[in-house]
Structure formats: C-alpha cells, structure tokens
Write a protein that binds this ligand. Sequence first.
Ligand code: HEC
Length: 131
Amino acid sequence: MPFRPQFLLPALLLLLPGCFSNNRHQGEKLYVQHCASCHGDQGQGLARLIPPLAGADYLVDHRDELACLLRNGQNEVIVVNGVGYHNIMPGNKGLSPAQLTNLLNYIESHWGNEGAPRTISDVQAQIDKCH
Ligand code: HEC
C-alpha cells in the first residue's frame, strides 16, 4: 500500500490526547473501570446494598483510612450518612500509590465532595500503615 500522508494527521490527532491525559483524567478513568459498576457513575450507590460516595460523610470522617479501604477492600458493618451497610467491597491490590491518589482525588472532588487534594506521599504513608 502506498504511503498516504493525508491519513497521518488524523491518526496523530487521535493518539495525542492519550499522551497528554492528565492525572485528573486518570482518576476518572480508574473510577469508571474499577468502581462505577457498584457505586454508580455519579457516586450515588445502590439502595441499601452499596453506600454512596456522593456527599458521603464517611469520606470525611474516615479520610485517613480510605487508601487502605480501596487497596484491601472491606466487609464489615459501616454507617454512611446515617444508613447501615454490610456488604463486600473488593480490594484493588493492583493499583499503585499514584493511581490510588488520583482515584481518591477524583472521588473527593466530585458530586459535591470537597476533600483537600492528596499527594502520593500522603497516600503511600497511609498504605504503609494498613493492617
Ligand atoms: C463489588 C462492588 C464494589 C466495587 C467494585 C467497589 N466498591 Fe466501594 N464499597 C462497596 C461496598 C459494599 C462497600 C461497603 C463495605 C462494607 O460494608 O464494609 C463499599 C465501601 C466503599 C467506601 C466507604 C463507604 C462510602 O460510601 O464512603 C468507599 C470510599 C468506597 N467503597 C470506594 C470505592 C472505590 C473508589 C472503588 C473503586 C476502586 C470501589 N469502592 C469499588 C462495594 C464496591
């Protein structure tokens, strides 16, 4: 097949956004990939089965435990916005501290949440203390 330069530019334009995707986008992508199926695309949760992330007091009250929760999962009775939940949240051992940081920054800055941004070293320090 002859070289067709007119196809090169569209191809580059398609590929470029991938190279320049920023961390915020990584957090959103990871959320869609690993979390949205349960917590919903707006962090709304699902009835009494899955707690919400949108406007969840749990995110504020347990801020320092969230990195471990995301990494190791959880299966105990928890109360979110006054409602009790007890179900299995799977762990995400494959996610790096940088990925966990972007993920937490995404959920803590969307759907009405206003958590302060985290750094990778904060998240790493929390992970070092997971039990
Ligand atoms: C299989 C369904 C499922 C998936 C996938 C899942 N979760 Fe959960 N999540 C739960 C359940 C169920 C709980 C409550 C756990 C308990 O009862 O101990 C929970 C609890 C939480 C909590 C604390 C409670 C709250 O609502 O604030 C956070 C934060 C959270 N999940 C974030 C995430 C993030 C981020 C991801 C993606 C990495 C994720 N979850 C993936 C089901 C899920």
